[in-house]
Design a protein around this ligand. Structure first.
Ligand SMILES: [Zn+2]
Length: 196
């Protein structure tokens, strides 16, 4: 007979019906020791009562319902990566095409930016040239229109006042045309009313 009583985990081994090299001396001790036999019997009763308890199982959708209320905080870099990944095509040829297109666009933009940085004065000069040409074309058109409508005196006014005068004249014209249209409409309405 062993000189010591069984430890709780050794009693668990016997209750679980374990077999093996280490278990047989424990069983031999339990057979001969009244104290350990009593403890083993008590533990077996507890296990039996636990086994008789109703077994609870969660409903099939339990995990889904819980997870629906769990707020998962996604780090910003993961969100950005996921969004970027959504734009990347799945097929290899499309991915290659997209990479090639993106590279070409990036190259064109870089080249354009470098060219602009090196030739900023030229770009500004051509922009001013184009703007000046547009302005003189506008003045020429206005001059021919005003010359036809108002004769030489209108042209003199335009020449002395320039673009600002042209804008003022256009404003006056809009007001005059609007007023005339409004007056005609009022006239038409009143004549219709008198006819009714
Ligand atoms: Zn014992």
């Amino acid at each position: 007979m062993n000189h010591r009583h069984l430890l709780p985990n050794e009693i668990d081994l016997l209750l679980d019906g374990e077999v093996g090299f280490g278990v047989s001396p424990l069983r031999a001790h339990a057979d001969e020791c009244a104290d350990c036999q009593a403890r083993l019997a008590r533990s077996r009763r507890v296990v039996d009562v636990l086994e008789d308890l109703q077994h609870f199982a969660p409903s099939p959708r339990f995990a889904d319902r819980v997870m629906a209320q769990v707020q998962i905080i996604e780090p910003w870099h993961v969100a950005v990566l996921d969004t970027a990944r959504r734009f990347v095509p799945r097929s290899v040829p499309m991915r290659t095409l997209m990479t090639a297109t993106a590279s070409a666009v990036a190259l064109a933009l870089t080249t354009g930016a470098v060219w602009l940085a090196l030739h900023a004065d030229v770009a500004l000069y051509s922009f001013n040239l184009a703007a000046g040409r547009a302005r003189s074309a506008l003045m020429d058109t206005a001059a021919s229109v005003i010359g036809t409508a108002f004769g030489q005196s209108g042209l003199d006014v335009l020449r002395s006042s320039g673009l600002r005068g042209l804008a003022l004249g256009a404003g006056v014209m809009v007001v005059a045309v609007g007023g005339a249209a409004f007056g005609l409409r009022a006239l038409a309405t009143s004549s219709r009313r008198s006819r009714e």
